[in-house]
Design a protein around this ligand. Structure first.
Ligand code: AMP
Length: 282
């Protein structure tokens, strides 16, 4: 099968100019799984043309993170995504995205950026905002689809597009999980079967929180946070970056449950860092 893949900004821009009708962009870093494909399906339901971008963005990885070993399999990605209806691909080279003398970055300063992923991955959101704005400028999508799996990223993109007047409709898609509850992630491929079992602790924490809040009417979120934290951190080979109940709009921590809360978690299982979240609401 022949796929239309553009590797330079110029080629992508030229192709985009010739398109009529609405365009939906699904930005990814590749190593596609059903979570990514669900975004494509959402995109197809909205727009005439679906463009999927694949770019492992060096700017959003810290110096000690897994940029080098991040899984890459372009051929398999193209096959999977074309099968669910992607019309063309934008797989830019690093040189075309960040040529020599590149020197302008989007610097988000929202209070929530100081927290959670922003705190544990300094510079991450500057890298995300910069690459996403560049993708938007090249593809000029009518819609852009992002997964709720990266909740904080989604909030950032919404705020950035609003503050910088980017004419795109940002659309959220739900988290896709494996049958055992583990949220799909390209990084799951790094997990040994032992680590995978430990990674399920994330989902068990979500279930425990739902049970405590919705069935047992527990409202003390500080106490529940401590319980979840000590249970997850008690597992061998697991290090917790954060477990928190937060306001879904501001990501400020919540001590008491009122009507809704967002449980957010980030842990290292061995050398693999995983995140998950769930909205818990009455
Ligand atoms: P990534 O390739 O990990 O940067 O992810 C690309 C897009 O896919 C982001 O908008 C993610 O939030 C989304 N995504 C990743 N995993 C999932 C999942 N399990 N369910 C839904 N969306 C996901």
């Amino acid at each position: 099968m022949i796929y239309e893949v553009f590797h330079t900004l110029e080629a992508m821009r030229q192709h985009r100019q010739a398109l009529s009708g609405s365009v939906a962009l699904v930005p990814t870093m590749g190593a596609l799984h059903e979570g990514h494909l669900s975004l494509v399906k959402k995109a197809k339901s909205l727009a005439d043309t679906v463009i999927l971008s694949i770019f492992v963005n060096p700017l959003q990885f810290g110096p000690h993170e897994d940029f080098q070993k991040y899984p890459r399999d372009l051929e398999s990605d193209l096959r999977k995504a074309a099968a669910v209806g992607v019309d063309c691909f934008f797989a830019p080279t690093t040189e075309t995205m960040y040529p020599e003398n590149f020197g302008c970055y989007v610097n988000p300063t929202y209070p929530m950026i100081e927290r959670w992923e922003g705190q544990h991955r300094p510079g991450h959101f500057q890298g995300v905002a910069t690459v996403v704005l560049k993708l938007f400028n090249v593809v000029r999508p009518t819609y852009a689809i992002f997964g709720l799996k990266d909740y904080q990223q989604l909030l950032l993109i919404r705020k950035m597009t609003s503050d910088l007047d980017v004419p795109v409709k940002v659309v959220a898609a739900p988290i896709v999980r494996d049958s055992d509850g583990l949220a799909l992630s390209s990084r799951n491929s790094f997990l040994s079967s032992k680590d995978r079992a430990l990674a399920l602790g994330l989902y068990r924490s979500i279930q425990q929180a739902q049970q405590a809040i919705l069935k047992e009417n527990q409202t003390d979120l500080s106490l529940l946070t401590e319980q979840l934290h000590s249970r997850i951190a008690g597992e061998p080979n697991v290090k917790v970056d954060y477990v928190a109940f937060v306001d879904p709009d501001t990501l400020e921590p919540q001590a008491q449950f009122k009507n809704e809360t967002l449980l957010i978690l980030a842990v290292h299982v061995g050398t693999t860092r995983l995140i998950d979240n769930a909205l818990i609401s009455l």
